[in-house]
Design a protein around this ligand. Sequence first.
Ligand SMILES: Nc1ncnc2c1ncn2[C@@H]1O[C@H](COP(=O)(O)OP(=O)(O)OP(=O)(O)O)[C@@H](O)[C@H]1O
Ligand SMILES: O=C(O)[C@H](O)CO
Length: 491
Amino acid sequence: MFHFAKPHPAHPFTRKMSIQPLKEIFLKSVESVQPHHLIPSQVHVTNSHLSIQNRSYPLHKPCYLVGFGKAVLGMSLELEKLLKDKLNTGLVTVPSGILSKFKVESRIKFIEGAPNNIPDEAALRGALEIKTLAEGLGADDLLVVVMSGGGSALLPLPKPPITLQEKQDLIKALSTKGADILELNCVRKQISVLKGGGLAELAYPARVVTLVLSDVVGDPLGFIASGPTYPTSDDEDAAAILDKYGCHDLPDSIKTVLTQKKTKQETIIHNGRYDHVDTFIIGNNVIAAEAACRHAASLGFQTAILSTSVAGSTHQLSQTYADLAAAIADPSDKQPLKNFLQKCDLPICPDFADAASGWDLGAEVCVIAAGEPTVVVNGGGRGGRNQQLALELSVRLNKLNIKSADISFLSGGTDGIDGPTDAAGAIGTSDLVNNGLEENIKAEDYLNNNDSYGFYSRLRGGEFLIKIGHTGTNVMDVHVMLVKPRRAREC
Ligand SMILES: Nc1ncnc2c1ncn2[C@@H]1O[C@H](COP(=O)(O)OP(=O)(O)OP(=O)(O)O)[C@@H](O)[C@H]1O
Ligand SMILES: O=C(O)[C@H](O)CO
């Protein structure tokens, strides 16, 4: 379980804005998707069989385990506990720094790599070892694959002659231009050996059982960690994505690979799928959002999940959240909230409208959302999409100057790491911009330079940053908004 430092005791602002409940609610959501909850409840091992959800696999002989992603350390350790001597070799790539945080005693070989989610030589060596293991398997072998978000960066093996650096540069360029994860991974799949089904094909004819902790909205199996055990469909067009984001100046190696015809795939795919692979989603952001909602309710908030499919730019999303806050903050009338729901362009959870129609807007409300927006990074500062979103929303709330309520908002990456920073996310409030000004820190200036981390690090010694380090899980971001009518708040 993770803990935060106690809030600054002398600061009345912290009390008024309900910082502590926000953090608690976020941490409950992260806890709910920890592998030590998810694996033992869905995987069972007997002397002769491995069962996952409703399927069973004979264990004639010890099986093999490979994995890659931000949550696979815990997933692998839980499986090792269950499999005991039914596990032969385990080879798993995990994010740099995670092994020093979690004490690990294991027969599995863990390879740390991809600092800041950027593929590196260590991850490449891990990917090569995984490839060698998969290639050596036969028809009577069982390969268990565990994967989670961050798996793409932890399984980098560019198709020759592309170099790791060339691949890194292309993905970074696409990411900072605002490409979403489906677009990024469509490109990754076409230029990588193990992604887009490559791993499953190398493991053939072994039986492959894949356990996935999803960090992509809607759990599309071909895109989580770039789908190493899922066949790529013919209509995935990397070239069109490169075109969309103006990535024309490509190295010759990438151009060559993109024009190559697929080879081995066709012989192993039947009716659009691999018969030798079964895939199980063992967790996703719906579980995290529901846990957040339950905890908010236990703290006495009127609460509901707005959406678990949040996407689009933080620029647009911060406007949507500001509009929602303003609608909830109007205690006299529910019409603004109805109007908001009619024009909101997020995929809204079916129960939200019903729950919201029952709210007493004179009392405190907590709205939960989950997903993964994008940021177009034009400035030279440091930040991540969560810190950017919290700061953008604060600036919008300041402009709206809502008098009837205090609004506070937490945006956090459930993996504990937001972009290339040591924070998981940050808290925004309707007072944040003014609080910054009291310390001569101008939010808009930092925002324009994509330096949300710079802003938050300076403000009150970093009190509004969420710093929890690697959490060992990853189901995208969780957003928690509290709207506290002024007459209801404690002073
Ligand atoms: N200065 C910045 N300000 C705001 N956002 C930034 C900044 N620099 C990078 N980002 C954003 O951070 C995101 C990358 O974050 P991160 O490394 O946490 O990836 P991730 O999507 O969580 O990884 P994965 O899904 O593979 O686990 C990108 O969306 C990028 O646009
Ligand atoms: O690793 C990746 O590709 C992303 O986290 C999506 O799963």
